[in-house]
Design a protein around this ligand. Structure first.
Ligand code: BGC
Length: 388
């Protein structure tokens, strides 16, 4: 009898401990390694990146691969040509290959529900990397930068650089907005962050948008393509700025779009003033433009650190842990990161998120923020080159 009671006690204890440890009431069907058959220290990581054609994903892929491999894991790293069908196939293959963990940057955040159901069935945990994956309960965690803050920094930069004051309507400035890919969940966060800062100035008539294209959909750029951003800006300049109207600000959500917009401005636009152009990422071509005075700023996101968070998180999941905010103190990262269980709802619930902090980079602080920190080296040609 004593023995039976003891066994019952153990069972009850086990259940209550499991309840204490459970993650926030979120995407609860997401598998963790405890439920999966993943071994703790060996195995294979599947990494699905969107495209090689945008600079940063090459760096992200390389950092993730190197860091997982240094911990003893095999890595399958795939790029899917910005093609949604190909990405679904690529992820299917990674699942068939029995990877123990998937790290995915979605090309279209809403198109992976079916394939991720297969991942969940195979008990493979999924980390949404940089971009949130929508409409699925298969995603365990999200690792990114604070995307709304990225946009806010861009908007605030415009306000500060022009010295705008809501009670001073003596001067107005012309601004055009270029947003990102509507299929990328991040794009609206960037746009909203920037727009929330500049909106009062637009409403006060201090910032004017001659094209009238203000809503996210009107300003968006499919697949973040440089050429699309360039063509749209060429059309805007030809239609709304031909009669000597000056463009003062091109608020661009990222560097690939800023590159296109900069091309349009320098080839088609005979404005005499200097256009403030924002960006994001610190792509090499854009940093060169910043040094040459053609782009004004970029919001830098240290993707090497984003990879560090993802690797530490992935390893914890594979060990059967249920990481939460304490992962940050346990890991001893030397960069800022917050644990967020409020902001990122993927229509299936909140996805617990680790969010890193972005930095404004201009010509003035480029060396200090990017070169002295070791993220870039200064090339012999005087332009920064990304490390890694
Ligand atoms: C990333 C940006 C990048 C953009 C285009 C976004 O999801 O957060 O860093 O510029 O995709 O690749």
């Amino acid at each position: 009898m004593k023995k039976v009671l003891a066994i019952l006690l153990v069972i009850v204890l086990a259940f209550s401990l499991a309840a204490c440890n459970s993650a926030p009431a979120t995407n609860s069907a997401a598998p963790t390694a405890a439920a999966s058959k993943a071994p703790a220290t060996t195995g294979k990581i599947g990494i699905a990146m969107p495209t090689k054609s945008l600079e940063r994903w090459n760096r992200d892929g390389a950092f993730l691969q190197k860091q997982f491999e240094s911990k003893g894991y095999k890595v399958s790293l795939v790029y899917s040509n910005n093609n949604v069908t190909q990405q679904v196939n690529d992820i299917e293959n990674l699942i068939a290959d029995k990877v123990n963990l998937l790290v995915i940057v979605a090309i279209d955040g809403t198109s992976l529900s079916n394939v991720l159901k297969s991942a969940a069935d195979a008990k493979i945990p999924v980390i949404a990397y940089d971009r949130l994956i929508m409409n699925t309960n298969a995603v365990s965690y999200y690792v990114s930068f604070d995307n709304y803050t990225v946009g806010k920094l861009q908007g605030q930069f415009v306000v500060d650089t022009l010295g705008l004051k809501l009670d001073d309507k003596s001067k107005s400035y012309n601004i055009e907005l270029t947003a990102g890919d509507p299929a990328d969940n991040n794009a609206t966060f960037f746009y909203n962050g920037a727009y929330d800062v500049i909106k009062p100035y637009i409403e006060a008539g201090i910032l004017k948008v001659p094209s009238g294209q203000i809503k996210f959909q009107e300003c968006s750029t499919a697949q973040w393509l440089t050429d699309k951003a360039m063509n749209r800006m060429q059309n805007i300049l030809a239609s709304y700025y031909s009669k000597g109207t000056q463009l003062d600000v091109a608020l661009c959500s990222n560097d690939s779009t800023a590159l296109g917009v900069t091309k349009a401005i320098s080839s088609d636009y005979a404005g005499k003033n200097k256009v403030i152009i924002t960006g994001q990422d610190g792509d090499e071509a854009n940093l060169a433009n910043i040094i040459d005075g053609k782009q004004t700023m970029t919001v830098y996101k240290a993707v090497a650190n984003e990879a560090v968070v993802t690797v530490d998180l992935g390893l914890a999941i594979l060990k059967g842990e249920k990481p939460d905010g304490t992962l940050i103190s346990k890991s001893g990262w030397k960069f800022a990161c917050t644990y967020d269980t409020k902001t990122y709802n993927n229509n299936n619930g909140i996805v617990p998120s680790y969010l890193l902090v972005p930095t404004v980079v201009t010509k003035d602080n480029l060396k200090k923020e990017l070169v002295d920190t070791g993220y870039y080296t200064m090339g012999a040609n005087g332009y920064p080159k990304a490390v890694g």
